[in-house]
Design a protein around this ligand. Sequence first.
Ligand code: NOJ
Length: 541
Amino acid sequence: MTDRSRADWWRDAVTYQIYPRSFADGNGDGMGDLAGVIDRIPYLRDLGVDAVWLSPFYPSALADGGYDVADYRDVDPRIGTLEQFDEMLALLREAGIRVIVDIVPNHSSDQHEWFQEALAAGRGSAARDRYIFREGRGADGELPPNDWPSHFGPTCWTRVADGQWYLHLFAPEQPDFNWDHPEVRADFVRTLRFWGDRGVAGFRVDVAHALVKDLSEPYARLAGYSVEHLPLDGSHPLFDRDEVHDVYAEWRTVFNEYDPPLVAVAESWAPTERRPRYARADGLGQTFNFDLLVAPWKAKAFRTVIEHNLELAAASESSSTWVLSNHDVVRHATRYGLGDEVDLVAWLMSDGTEPVVDAARGLQRARAATMLMLALPGASYLYQGEELGLPEVADLPREALQDPIWLRSGGTEKGRDGCRVPLPWASDEPGFGFGAPVGHLPQPEWFGGFAVDRQLDDPDSTLALYRRLLALRRDLVAGDELTWLRSPAGALRFARAGGWESITNFSNRRCALPAGRVLTSSGPLDGDRLPPDTTAWIIAD
Ligand code: NOJ
């Protein structure tokens, strides 16, 4: 039985990501909020998660779903108040659930008081130095300082009224901080303590590999740089520089002021080989591994990812993390329903040709994949709604889309709204129990079929499966050991300490079930055969 009070609880925790605006609406204004989270604490307790991670709930103009933070030490009034946050924390603690919060240190909102001050103060001012302002090129500085693109569009520079340009790796409403500035560093330390003192267990660190940049002149020298293929020596001007770890070493001293120490997980898209640096015990302690999420549905691909990531985790003396869905990607129940030949990126393009999704196969594989993931050593991160087997909402009305990817690509990329649609709680209530009216991202009619109330009493439902798995996992999972076992062709089979094993059939033919007692399976079994796209957990008799 896992001791959930251990200081290193995070090593094998199951953390549930709440995207607050779309989770549950407690006050009926159409937007999810902290009152909604409080209402659903019994649901989270019964689901059996160890922690929740709250995506940003801070005051924000919502240019990027809240990842444009206007005030790091407050709650958006549409989402709640600090008092409600404290109440939520206390009630979750009573339910045995820890809370980690998202921290967004690379950039603020353009509505942040420092950025507003910088705009007003003008070129050369101390206020501008907290961000990254530069002169443009061309006779009148009318060209951006260089050709760097942003993640959401063609350029990462925006010009202000007096002619200077500022850097934003994401949307123009998300100006990047200057992390060489001592006030920026000190202010984030203050923010860490602000939430640490309130009782959060830790932080999910947004774009953790981007903070420290080398913008020494001439920055135009790096024209045409690539964001996809970062160098292995930390020499990229914007990402994964060695100096970023000095920031996290300072954060670690703050984390260690608490008992147990605060935890942190890096969202870092650093090259795989350099990822362990973010997970070091003298740094953030843990980093996301998105490799499973992008792996094709093939036994060999899964095994390679698992082996590699267990090695990486050992190299940093951390534990691995596993993720199949989050607020930035197509939900895995849909991903696995796309033909193997379908390119996920192409699917996101709104060129009018939607690929065909085999929903039944998608859900079956998603359940099998989740079950495999939950059998692995390390920590798992779940995304709200995956426990309902929710598919992506691919056909949102174009006028409802809000993602800056959609807006800044001029409608050529659909973006991430399809996984952010408010959850269905009750099939027969207005707004499917999310709250009415649903003020953003309309729910499709078919959402009712996935509602919590439809699944609660159905032992074959995806919700029932998740609840069973999390309860079993709590009793079964111990240690970091994983032993690969001889598998039937196209299957993956491994044993864990305590005499139990997991087997997943990736092939399109039934395979033999290993001997022992089946604890549970992701779908119906066929006598002593394991059907395709199915996982079973088995314990020695
Ligand atoms: C990563 C977050 O997960 C994503 O939603 C956001 O758009 C970017 N960082 C920018 O903050």
